[in-house]
Write a protein that binds this ligand. Structure first.
Ligand code: GLN
Length: 484
């Protein structure tokens, strides 16, 4: 590591900007240090699937030229970023953690990636993940599991486990992940970093390989709330290439990190505390005490449809996944398995290419959409989804934010839940509701268990109120001192 770029593992976006301006180091030096460090650390965690030195160095040189010319190099200039490998990058392999896309080189960049680079960011590599973002432990990657940098015998959470691990390990300052049912917040909680799922439509999904289109979100990971706010500000906003991206103006999140949280009404949903391990529960209660000390008014609320969330999610998500994954047929994108007939070619390409979890989801999804079952399952699940969204709407008539656990338990051991998909699905019991309702939600570190395992606290706010969410999380982080 370059001697001039000390403390890369703990640098923040602001510190990089200050360092560049003061000529303490150049963006090229940061890129080189980050790549060197990430490559040296990767054998421990398998957080990255591949690195992109040329691309990172090209971005670094652009930033350095601007600094030398006295121009503004951009908010994210010189910032090393890891991008989950379900987000496409032009000319840079994008595998979705799947054998099927092992050699897929996308011809275009996702909008979030374009915007990151426009803001000066340096993409140093693609982060490992569960195959097609299906999973809660990153053990479903065709390229081997990711290990949690905090405890190497444990999972980092999933499906964006590589992105969370990279930020926790300090090999990237920030990372992009995707969240369909909890895949940003749950790994953030397990690895002790900040993870943000913005409002549905806040960030363009163009170039995010689709899992369940009505639930998919792109969002940031970082070590501080402020850094996530900076990244979200750079990537958010309407995009012509995604008709579901929102026209809502993107506020200056940073200007709102003013600590003014006294008097805020916070709802604590009682349904989210059933089935929680006592250690995780205690930490969340301590976190809530911190909010009280900051002057928030905490009250008990009820979100009664929560009990249907897991069932509802696994019907809607698998239905959409079965349709989205139909495109991997051996004709487009993928490696083609040798066969004599067309149907054999489909069968063997998909049979050899998809891992067990994807096949399980395709079968479940095809079943719930099939003639005769559609009304009983899919249509019903859509109605339940409306009830879950209505619960939040009712709650937000009375409170400004909701605070809850992220996951019923901290990071579990590698292999511990692999043989029991239902048990694995319960990892997301507290996160899938936010995705089903499409509201902004995030995980912010809330201390560690006696064994040193991080626990995240979840904050949820009204549609498009990322501002309120960041303000509360930032005040909490500063008061609790739980990061770092
Ligand atoms: N763990 C959930 C699932 O397996 C969520 C995945 C995600 O958010 N991408 O579907």
């Amino acid at each position: 590591m370059s001697a001039r770029v000390a403390g890369l593992a703990t640098l923040t976006i602001d510190q990089i900007r200050t360092g560049l301006r003061a000529r303490q180091f150049s963006a090229v030096e940061v890129a080189q240090s980050a790549l060197e460090f990430a490559q040296a650390e990767n054998p421990k965690t398998n957080a990255y699937l591949h690195f992109s030195p040329e691309r990172a160095l090209a971005a670094a040189e652009r930033a350095d030229r601007k600094v030398a010319a006295g121009e503004d190099p951009g908010t994210l200039a010189g910032v090393p970023v890891a991008v989950k490998d379900v987000i496409v990058t032009r000319g840079l392999r994008t595998t979705c953690g799947s054998r099927l896309l092992e050699r897929y080189i996308p011809p275009y960049d996702a909008t979030a990636v374009v915007r990151l680079e426009q803001a000066g960011a340096m993409i140093i590599g693609k982060a490992n993940c569960d195959e097609f973002a299906m999973g809660s432990s990153t053990e479903n990657s065709a390229f081997g599991p990711v290990k949690n940098p905090v405890a190497l015998d444990r999972v980092p959470g999933g499906s964006s486990g590589g992105s969370a691990a990279a930020v926790a390990q300090g090999t990237a300052v920030v990372a992009l992940g995707s969240d369909t049912g909890g895949s940003i917040r749950q790994p953030a909680s397990f690895c002790g970093v900040v993870g943000v799922t913005p409002t549905y439509g806040r960030v363009s999904r163009y170039g995010l390989v689709a899992f369940a289109s009505s639930l998919d979100h792109i969002g940031p990971f970082s070590r501080t709330v402020r850094d996530s706010a900076l990244v979200l500000h750079s990537i958010a906003g309407r995009d012509e290439c995604d008709s579901t991206s929102a026209f809502a103006p993107v506020p200056d999140y940073l200007a709102e990190l003013d600590g003014r949280v006294a008097g805020l009404k916070i709802g604590v949903p009682r349904e989210y505390f059933e089935g929680l391990t006592s250690e995780s529960g205690d930490l969340i209660h301590k976190g809530i005490d911190v909010l009280k000390k900051l002057g928030c008014q905490v009250r008990d609320i009820s979100l009664p449809a929560t009990k249907y969330a897991v069932a509802c999610y696994y019907i809607i998500a698998t239905a959409e996944a079965s349709s989205n994954l139909a495109r991997y047929d051996g004709v487009r994108y993928t490696t083609r398995a040798a066969s004599d007939t067309l149907s054999d070619m489909y069968r063997s390409t998909r049979g050899e290419g998809f891992g067990a979890e994807c096949k399980r989801r395709i079968m479940l999804g095809t079943y719930v959409l099939s003639h005769g079952y559609y009304d009983a399952y899919y249509l019903k699940a859509q109605r339940v989804r409306a009830l879950i969204a209505q619960d939040f709407k009712n709650a937000f008539a009375e409170v400004d934010a909701i605070v809850a656990p992220v996951s019923p338990f901290p990071a579990f051991k590698l292999g511990e839940k692999l043989d029991d998909p239902l048990e694995m699905y319960l990892s997301d019991i507290y996160t899938i509701t936010g995705d089903l309702a499409g509201i902004p939600c995030m995980s912010v570190p809330c201390g560690k268990t006696a064994a040193g395992l991080p626990v995240g606290m979840q904050i949820l706010t009204r549609h498009f109120d990322e501002t309120g969410m960041f303000r509360l999380a930032d005040a909490f982080e500063k008061a609790g001192g739980f990061t770092g």
